[in-house]
Design a protein around this ligand. Sequence first.
Ligand SMILES: Cc1ncc(COP(=O)(O)O)c(C=O)c1O
Length: 436
Amino acid sequence: MKKHNGDDVASAGALPREEAGPTATPPGIRARAGGFADMFERSTGGALTPLNVVIDRLEGPVRAVIEGRPTLMLGTNSYLGLNFEASCVEAAAAALRDFGAGSTASRVASGNQRLHVDLERAVADLYGRSDAIVFSTGFMANLGTIGGLVREGDAICLDAHCHASIFDACRLSGAKVATFRHNDAADLARIMAESGIAPSRTLVVAEGLYSVLGDVADLRAITAVTHASGAVLLVDEAHSLGLFGDRSRGVAEDQGVEDLVDVIVGTFSKSVGVVGGFCVTESKAFRCLRFAARAYLYTASLPPPVVAAARRGIEVIATERERRDKAWVNAGHIHRGLSGLGMPPAAAPGPVGAIKMPGIKAGLEMWRTLLHGGVYVNMLIPPATPAGEVVLRYSVSAAHEPEDIDFALRVFREASRDCGIGGAPSAGVAAALYRR
Ligand SMILES: Cc1ncc(COP(=O)(O)O)c(C=O)c1O
């Protein structure tokens, strides 16, 4: 199985491989664990990294205090700022008072409260589908849904840029797994034809908006293949819910192909501002998921305050447009600014963007310089990224003001000068690295 996100994901998916000669005795578990830690210390010099940075305080969705400094959060996934929206916080506080802090059990034991059922109804209604199932995280939504749908003897074809949770779900399912080239429907058709497994026993998995490079799926082309063949299609709209489509349901809605998608998976941890995941389906055949999804059956249900805030968040997404519009204005603003600085994001303007770095050392230096300048972004390295890329990833929010984006661009400009990254397209080697 060719893969990136699912390959040897150690802790945060960022640890380097151990170097061992061809004849070396494989180290034991304890030695290996120590080896990883030592290697990581060595490669970072014990300095501040994305793995050990601590947010001391939050003062809203995009303002934090880190190492005593006020910091602009430009890498939170809180695309709509709903984690601090007053009505969501109030809903959580009321549920905390009325239902307590935790559910203390699985949905099928005593963890199925009215709040969970109402949240599922709200999600199913948003998508105009008959059923929704809520999971405790987006990761578990993929584990439970994919694991509940397929079994040994089936096939799964997934996009090579899919999230680690999808890779892990596929690996656990026991099905025959193959990846198709990123966003390449012709390659999907090719691997389906070569799999030797009937399309009716094949699950195809793609995302709406890919979160590492920030590019949008070509779901028109992918649904053309799955529809013609009769394969089942699952689309993960984790990063697109709330931002794409007439009713903010995601990329499948935006591209007019929602009816050709059998199952939609999503998360509450991004635009909805809390934690949890879901899948929505139409067909009766998929209702069995509630009895087959182990990541649903064998874990505690979401805590009441989270469920209440998620439900209010879904309501806001279904009824309000201003936040979404503002997030898109911010997305255009930062994309133009970074392009002007010689650091063009890897994809068209969108809620999440990625700037390719020439390597881990240079990327870490740039990341630290931005943080010291008061701007927090994410740094992603292999195996969490495709094709060995090192990227600085930012996300915009409706909670950013235009002055915040201007401030971030000023800090980017200074960091790019200090680190020798970016600059005018003619500025030499560094600039050549950004050519797409
Ligand atoms: C496409 C995709 N699916 C699932 C997840 C997991 O979601 P969660 O963090 O809510 O578990 C992520 C997280 O980034 C994601 O990008």
